[in-house]
Design a protein around this ligand. Structure first.
Ligand code: GDP
Ligand code: MG
Length: 156
């Protein structure tokens, strides 16, 4: 039987979540910005080490916090499936401190609220907007953490 793995992609609005997913699945990048207002599920299949997996990638629209209970998750359509994801991709924009503070908060809430406190893999990604020369020092420590990846969808 093919195993299904769900991955929730979370981050502040406009940091590039949908772009990351679309590039991964369709190898496609668009300059146009269409804000994600409802939760969208992408279902690609991948082969890893000879095994096939079905991925359920949740493109999560802006949420004020990680759902603290199953009922909260159920009542808020944007959060469906977020609590039980197998992994989280937390995306921020390196030029936007607020977007980094947001993923830090979400990471903390994931660790506090996951069922049985099982910590799933966490992955941090960022995008690099054009003209950005700033690297706020608080971001530097995160770059050294395992699981941190740097990405960009364009050649600069
Ligand atoms: N320069 C640059 N722009 C990006 C990058 N990734 C996404 N964008 C742009 O940022 C905007 C928001 O991207 P989107 O994926 O819709 O963000 P989301 O709201 O987090 O899903 C769009 O106009 C994208 O074209 C990147 O790596 N570099
Ligand atoms: Mg989006």
């Amino acid at each position: 039987m093919v195993e299904t793995l769900s991955i929730a992609v979370i981050g502040a609005p406009g940091v590039g979540k949908t772009s990351i997913i679309r590039q991964f699945i369709y190898n496609d990048f668009s300059e146009a910005y269409t804000p994600t207002r409802t939760r969208y599920v992408f279902r690609p299949s991948v082969i890893l080490n000879g095994n096939m997996y079905e991925l359920k990638i949740l493109d999560v629209p802006p949420i004020s916090s990680f759902p603290a209970s199953a009922s909260q998750e159920w009542l808020d359509l944007r959060c469906r499936g977020v609590r039980n994801a197998n992994a989280y991709i937390l995306v921020y924009d390196i030029c936007c401190v607020e977007s980094f503070e947001y993923v830090k908060m979400i990471k903390q809430q994931i660790m506090e609220n996951r069922y049985a406190h099982i910590i799933p893999p966490l992955l941090f990604l960022k995008i690099k907007p054009l003209m950005c020369n700033l690297l706020p020092s608080l971001l530097v420590s995160y770059i050294k953490l395992p699981g941190y990846l740097e990405t960009s969808h364009k050649a600069f």
